[in-house]
Design a protein around this ligand. Structure first.
Ligand code: FEO
Length: 171
C-alpha cells in the first residue's frame, strides 16, 4: 500500500502530465494556425508522449493500491508572440516537469519508498531526453527565425518525426 503523501504527490504529477499534454496540443494548434504542419506534428507527438507519462502514473497508482482523484487541469496557453516564443515556452515546461520529478524522487527517498523510487527512475531518464529534444528544437527554430526558406525546410523535416514506440498505445 502506498504512503498517503506519496499517493497525493503522484496524483498531482498525473494532473501536471495531463496539463503538459494539453499545453503541447495548444502549441500544436498554434502552429496549425500558422500553416506550419511539420511543427504542429512535432508538438502533437509531444502531447501524445505526455499522455503516456500520465497513464504510467495512473497505472502505477492503481498497481500499488492508490487512487486517482480527478481534478481540474489549468487552462493551456494558446497565444504566443512568435515561433521562438512558443518553443521557448515548451522548454520552460519541460524544465518545470524535471523539477517536479526531482521533488517526487526526493520524497520517495525520504519516505523509504523503494518501489516508487524505482518507478520514478524511468521519468528521471525521460526528462533528460525530453529537455534535450526540446532544447534542440529551440536551437533550430532560432536558426530559421526570419528566414522563410529555412523555415520551410525545417517544417518539412519535422513532418518525418515518428512517435516513440508505445507512445500511441496509452489508453
Ligand atoms: Fe512528462 Fe515532458 O514531461
Amino acid at each position: 500500500m502506498i504512503n498517503a503523501k506519496m499517493e497525493q504527490l503522484l496524483n498531482e504529477q498525473f494532473h501536471r502530465e495531463m496539463g503538459a499534454a494539453m499545453q503541447y496540443l495548444a502549441i500544436s494548434s498554434y502552429f496549425e494556425d500558422q500553416n506550419l504542419d511539420g511543427f504542429a506534428h512535432f508538438f502533437r507527438l509531444q502531447a501524445q508522449e505526455e499522455m503516456g507519462h500520465a497513464m504510467k502514473q495512473f497505472d502505477y497508482l492503481h498497481t500499488v493500491g492508490g487512487k486517482i482523484t480527478m481534478q481540474a487541469i489549468p487552462q493551456a496557453r494558446a497565444e504566443f508572440g512568435g515561433y521562438v516564443e512558443a518553443v521557448e515556452f515548451s522548454l520552460h515546461q519541460e524544465e518545470q516537469v524535471t523539477q517536479d520529478i526531482n521533488h517526487l524522487m526526493k520524497n520517495a527517498v525520504e519516505l523509504g519508498d523503494f518501489a516508487t523510487q524505482n518507478f520514478l527512475q524511468w521519468f528521471v531518464e525521460e526528462q533528460v531526453e525530453e529537455e534535450d529534444v526540446v532544447r534542440t528544437m529551440l536551437a533550430k527554430t532560432k536558426m530559421v527565425d526570419g528566414n522563410s526558406s529555412a523555415l520551410y525546410l525545417l517544417n518539412e523535416e519535422l513532418k518525418n518525426r515518428k512517435a516513440e514506440p508505445g507512445a500511441d498505445a496509452t489508453l
